[in-house]
Write a protein that binds this ligand. Structure first.
Ligand code: MLT
Length: 543
């Protein structure tokens, strides 16, 4: 069935052209209410939004076939990320596309505020009668200290340009490691109040949300923690600044000015406290509103959607935990290996799952442990769940059920093996533990090399029956006869033997059949003397 994309906000035409060129079906439905969007999304594989269309949990309650949401822009505060993740929906953004425009806008606000440009403009355009130059005397920026909050892409772009303007630039970013940024030119502070006390101008480039709420608040503005000449620039998100406290501080001249592009509620209410103050500059969320940025976010969002739907390539992921699904040809088979190991482990594991551990050794497998672990865990958990599980929500699903996911990079392959070895161990709630080791040979086919202590070399594929039996005469013959009687043809089979410490031996038969063995045969096999465990698992056929 053709993949379908819903474009729920106006996008620059260049992105829509890319959708058309890809041959994918898309509908533009602009201005849908939350209820209308909720009723529509399930019919689409992908949703693209800018800032008007909101995606709260309600929209994702019945996501149908929706697999990916692209935000044409940076902030994803209009999308309920937890809801998307728990439903297994990938969320992506176009973080780089609007960096320059947003940074330039912050600098434009800084200039406009420092040099009273909007007020000067209003004065002149009101008529030439007055020419009160002195009223619009501003502040020179060179030599002043600019504090940049958030040293991500936009913050660094603002900082580098401010340095070129001979400002002293300092930074605050708890997620930035190191003492300084931009080759030592931006000194980083760990204490926000110490940082704030130094600033002549402060500019925010953070994502918003609880972690950065009200960084500028009443206590800081009125508690002697800021310079009286401070200029506040907010091009990030409204909640970063307490708007009411800011308005009071401006009115009482506790600080010199504020330039605000973003508001807690957009558009702001008629009686917003920042309106009608003479030391403010206000713009309607224009950071990324340039021809260039709008084209770039549209193209980046649309091409990222196409790439994901066509090849699984993940660009600009917000909730995918760093996984990569479009591996190069020599590494891609490792993904199928991890999935098949997960499926096959269900053939040996009994009871609930407490822990899943992926170990990887070699040169290629360790690069993708997170992806491989998620792929294996999805297959291990799928048969036990009624809700859909995939690589996006598997961590969330596991966490909710107290299942620990662990990844370990082994410097050397397990004894007796070479190359890229992927091992997955599953531990049940009762403490039972099983492990499968596998690899991919040069032919690109996955191989199972060990199941617990049983050594083998087999391509895991198609219909498989795992039989654990006591190593005693006659069992193999009985099993063969029972398959024959049930008219189930054995296509391939490996038998491996393991002698326990107490001298008893067990054998594991890994049987590939041409048809489904059916419940009856499995039941009869289980009841047969010498047989300890029988499980039927379905794996994908060889591609
Ligand atoms: C963004 O998050 O991309 C910016 O705030 C621009 C916008 O939403 O218009």
């Amino acid at each position: 069935m053709a993949q379908r994309i819903l474009v729920a906000d106006e996008l620059a035409s260049e992105g829509l052209q890319a959708l058309k060129a890809s041959g994918m079906e898309f509908d533009e439905k602009i201005g849908l209410t939350v209820e209308q969007l909720a009723a529509e999304v399930g019919n689409y594989d992908a949703l693209i939004v800018r800032s008007k269309a909101k995606v709260p949990a309600k929209v994702l309650a019945n996501p149908g076939k929706l697999r990916i949401i692209a935000r044409a822009g940076v902030g994803v505060d209009t999308i309920d990320l937890d809801a998307a993740t728990s439903k297994g929906i990938l969320v992506i953004n176009t973080a780089a596309a609007s960096t320059l425009s947003t940074a330039e806008h912050a600098l434009a606000l800084m200039f406009a505020l420092a040099r009273k440009i909007p007020a000067g403009h209003a004065h002149v355009s009101a008529g030439p009668a007055k020419w009160e130059k002195a009223k619009y005397q501003g502040t020179q920026l060179a030599g002043k200290t600019l504090g940049v909050v958030g040293l991500g892409r936009i913050g660094q772009t603002v900082a580098s340009r401010a340095l070129a303007m001979e400002m002293k630039v300092i930074g605050y970013d708890p997620y930035f490691s190191g003492q300084s940024a931009l080759d030592g030119k931006v000194l980083l502070f760990r204490d926000f109040d110490q940082f704030l006390a130094q600033c002549d101008v402060i500019t925010f480039h953070v994502p918003g949300g609880e972690g950065t709420k009200h960084l500028i608040n009443r206590e800081r503005l009125f508690g002697g923690k800021v310079k009286p000449n401070l200029l506040v620039i907010n091009d990030a998100r409204g909640e970063v600044v307490d708007e009411f406290a800011l308005a009071d501080a401006l009115r009482e001249k506790k600080i010199a000015g504020a330039a605000i592009d973003v508001f807690v509620k957009e558009p702001p209410a008629q009686d917003h406290p920042l309106f009608k103050l003479d030391n403010v500059v206000l713009t309607p969320h224009l950071g990324a509103q340039t021809d260039e940025a709008q084209t770039a976010v549209s193209v980046d969002a649309c091409t990222a959607i196409i790439a994901y739907l066509k090849s699984g390539e993940i660009r600009g992921a917000v909730n995918a935990g760093g996984i990569k699904l479009d591996l190069p040809p020599d590494e891609a088979p490792l993904m199928g290996l991890a999935q098949r190991i997960g499926m096959l482990l269900n053939g040996v594991n009994e009871g609930g799952i407490k822990q899943i551990t992926l170990r990887a050794s070699g040169t290629r497998a360790p690069k993708h442990m997170n992806t491989l672990l998620r792929l294996a865990a999805v297959e291990l958990l799928r048969p036990h769940l009624t809700d859909p599980v995939n690589v996006i929500n598997v961590e969330h699903v596991a966490r909710e059920r107290n299942i620990e996911l662990v990844q370990i990079h082994e410097p050397e392959p397990p004894q007796g093996l070479v190359g890229d070895i992927v091992g997955v161990r599953v531990v049940s709630a009762a403490g039972e533990s099983h492990r499968i080791l596998g690899t991919v040979y040069a032919d690109g086919l996955p191989r199972v090399l060990r199941i617990d202590g049983f050594a083998m070399d087999m391509v895991p594929e198609g219909t498989m029956v795992v039989v654990l039996n006591k190593d005693q005469p006659g069992v193999i013959g009985t099993v063969g006869t029972m398959f024959g009687d049930a008219k189930v043809n054995i296509a391939d089979m490996v038998i491996s033997r393991e002698v326990q410490k107490d001298g008893t031996a067990h054998a594991l038969m890994l049987i590939k059949t041409d048809s489904n063995p059916g419940e009856d045969l499995v039941k009869r096999l289980k009841a047969s003397p010498g047989i300890v465990r029988v499980k039927h698992v379905e794996l994908p056929k060889r591609a």
